[in-house]
Design a protein around this ligand. Structure first.
Ligand SMILES: [Zn+2]
Ligand SMILES: [Zn+2]
Length: 324
């Protein structure tokens, strides 16, 4: 949905005016004045390409998320739940009725050597293809299998939980935090922290490893399904060691990496500038989003990040569609 305001009334604002980078000047936010019964206010062509519903680890229903996107005056939204399209699918008719452009997205948990790396994927077709759907089914099965093994191991230490109990908390994304919550509720531990320290942490006695797919293989799967893979929040990889992250990006390009998430709530202005420059250097597209999780990360606002540290222009989506 392009902004309904004629171009002559829009004024361009360069994103991150304080950021001294030539790469960034490609991206301009268009804003215009709007008048209603409440008075005069500025509206901009903002989008958000990274958000979660309660079908993964967010707290909003698809209805609530669409409502938030309309309240934030977003021009486009992508729902990128972990390993599932369920939240997106449920949101499609609601977004259509509201006239909001909704982009199909997903966030995959992958690994690279010992590190856990998140990969976003966009525009996987309306019919994602049997190969991709069954691969997704395998990933969910891997997660359930890990959970079953964790239940067995906890039983050895006298902690009795059932798969049904923990899955009630976590739906398709049931993981260790949900185990911790049930352990607190059943009185095995006084708090979540103790549950992790004594049983669930990587160094704790009941820890069970998960078998996530390789990053390179996941990128290839997304491309085969007709999607655009984007490396999520690069600042969280290798403790944001720019040299190591840049090397990883260049290593993944032959596998089909097409984009990186340059705009993200956790990115400081210097990080945005750096990752825009990296994208420019390697000819990659960029993506951006707040990583909204509702009440699970209450300080992050949809479209706006932490206290308005985020402003992603519609042009990012135009460029991404052109790269598709
Ligand atoms: Zn993530
Ligand atoms: Zn996320």
């Amino acid at each position: 949905m392009a902004p309904a305001v004629p171009p002559s009334r829009r004024k361009p604002i360069t994103i991150g005016r304080s950021i001294p980078s030539s790469a960034i000047f490609r991206f301009r936010l268009f804003c215009w004045d709007e008048r209603n019964h409440e008075g005069h206010h500025e509206v901009c062509d903002l989008i958000d390409l990274h958000s979660h519903t309660h079908f993964s680890d967010g707290t909003s229903s698809p209805e609530e998320l669409i409502g938030d996107a309309l309240a934030a005056r977003l021009e486009a939204l992508s729902i990128t739940d972990h390993d599932t399209f369920e939240g997106y699918e449920a949101a499609v008719p609601i977004a259509r009725a509201a006239g909001l452009k909704l982009i199909r997205g997903i966030e995959l948990s992958t690994r690279y050597n010992g590190s856990s790396i998140h990969l976003l994927a966009y525009f996987i077709g309306q019919e994602p293809g049997q190969d991709f759907v069954s691969w997704l089914g395998q990933l969910q099965e891997t997660r359930r299998d890990r959970n079953r093994r964790l239940i067995d191991k906890l039983r050895q230490y006298g902690v009795e939980l059932t798969l049904e109990e923990v899955e009630q908390k976590g739906r398709s994304l049931t993981g260790r935090p949900h185990f911790a919550r049930v352990m607190v509720e059943k009185g095995y531990v006084p708090d979540m922290e103790t549950a992790f320290r004594e049983y669930l942490d990587e160094s704790a006695r009941a820890y069970v490893e998960r078998q996530d797919p390789q990053l390179s293989q996941s990128i290839e799967r997304v491309r085969q399904a007709g999607g655009i893979p984007s490396l999520a929040h690069p600042v969280r990889i290798f403790r944001n060691d720019y040299g190591k992250v840049d090397a990883l990006i260049s290593e993944m390009i032959p596998h089909g990496l097409t984009a990186i998430e340059a705009f993200h709530s956790d990115h400081k202005p210097g990080d945005v500038s750096h990752y825009l420059e990296v994208a420019h250097r390697y000819g990659l597209a960029i993506t951006g989003g707040s990583d909204f999780h509702g009440a699970n990360k209450p300080r992050i606002q949809l479209g706006r990040g932490y206290a308005g540290n985020l402003a992603i222009p519609y042009q990012v989506l135009d460029d991404l569609m052109a790269a598709h």
